[in-house]
Ligand binder design. Structure first.
Ligand code: HEM
Length: 272
């Protein structure tokens, strides 16, 4: 330290320490960014940028495949035809890691099926071919990638064409996503109006359902009566706490529990 003091003034020393700190923190990130940029130049659709957004890159499936983290290459993954740089989480996506399956490709289907072994490339992003396409779950994953990682561009194929414009498939998916969002919104409204009961089970007594001012996780200033509630077009019932004024509603089907007083705030029953 004395040697430093002899050659540098105090303020110069502070400057050197701050510069070293900044380089220490940011240098790996700068290096990572440079690595991606160089690699992109060589491996994206001849440097093609999308028609809509100058900063957006367009990838063929083969080009995206190069971004798989092998040999220290950057790691990109695509979800619903959109590409994200996930290099910063090499621990999840790098070679040999749990989710390397997603690296360098659009494997949207596996986000629903959890089938991480099936690498049939042609159908890996065909989410609408699934019996239940798990649209809400895919949208949640999309929100997750958008917020956590840097968006890079689009994959030419099922969701976007060679100019980076939406395909019919993408339009169909987004229309279904809107419907799913609307359904979820309505379901949430029903859960607010008809909150779930508390429920427990024991060998001797079977099911015990009861209502409180916070059952179903919905804080309120009323308790309600436990009833079997069937949503329209749904054969399965759930136990809901029904407010006095809603006992005769037509919005949902409400049935009492057998052997339970209509004014009681708890009921017992055995499953059939
Ligand atoms: C449909 C099934 C599943 C899919 C598609 C999936 C996918 C993923 C993905 C993509 C990540 C990385 C997220 C990121 O970028 O930060 C992740 C992380 C993780 N997953 Fe899964 N996963 C599934 C099921 C599971 C299950 C069943 C478990 C537990 C048994 C699990 C445990 C974890 C853990 C511990 C992490 C790391 C969290 C962290 O360190 O930030 N996953 N998952």
């Amino acid at each position: 330290m004395k040697v430093f003091r002899r050659h540098f003034s105090k303020s110069q020393l502070i400057l050197v320490i701050i510069t070293a700190f900044i380089l220490g923190v940011y240098y790996p990130k700068i290096w990572e960014q440079m690595r991606s940029i160089n690699f992109e130049e060589k491996n994206t659709a001849s440097g093609n940028l999308s028609a809509d957004n100058y900063n957006e890159l367009l990838f063929s499936k083969e080009q995206l495949n190069e971004f798989n983290g092998m040999g220290g290459h950057p790691i990109y993954l695509a979800l619903l035809g959109r590409v994200y740089d996930v290099t910063r989480d090499e621990k999840h996506y790098g070679p040999g890691s749990s989710y390397h399956f997603f690296a360098g490709r659009d494997a949207s289907v596996a986000f629903i099926t959890a089938d991480f072994k099936n690498d049939a490339e042609d159908e890996a992003d065909n989410v609408l071919a699934l019996k239940s396409p798990g649209i809400s779950s895919l949208i949640n994953w999309e929100k997750f990638y958008k917020s956590k990682y840097i968006y890079k561009g689009k994959v030419i194929g099922r969701f976007y064409n060679e100019s980076g414009h939406r395909t019919k498939y993408e339009n169909q998916f987004r229309a279904m996503a809107k419907e799913a969002e609307f359904d979820n919104f309505n379901k949430e409204k029903l859960r607010d109006k008809y909150p779930a009961c508390n429920i427990e089970w024991s060998l001797g007594k079977g099911f015990h359902v009861w209502c409180t001012e916070s059952s179903g996780g919905k804080e309120r200033n009323w308790i309600g009566y436990p009833r079997k509630l069937y949503e329209i077009n749904n054969e399965d019932s759930r136990c809901a706490c029904i407010k006095n004024e809603n006992l005769e509603t037509n919005e949902v089907v409400i049935k009492p529990y057998d052997n339970c007083d209509s004014e009681s705030q708890e009921c017992y029953y055995h499953a059939n």
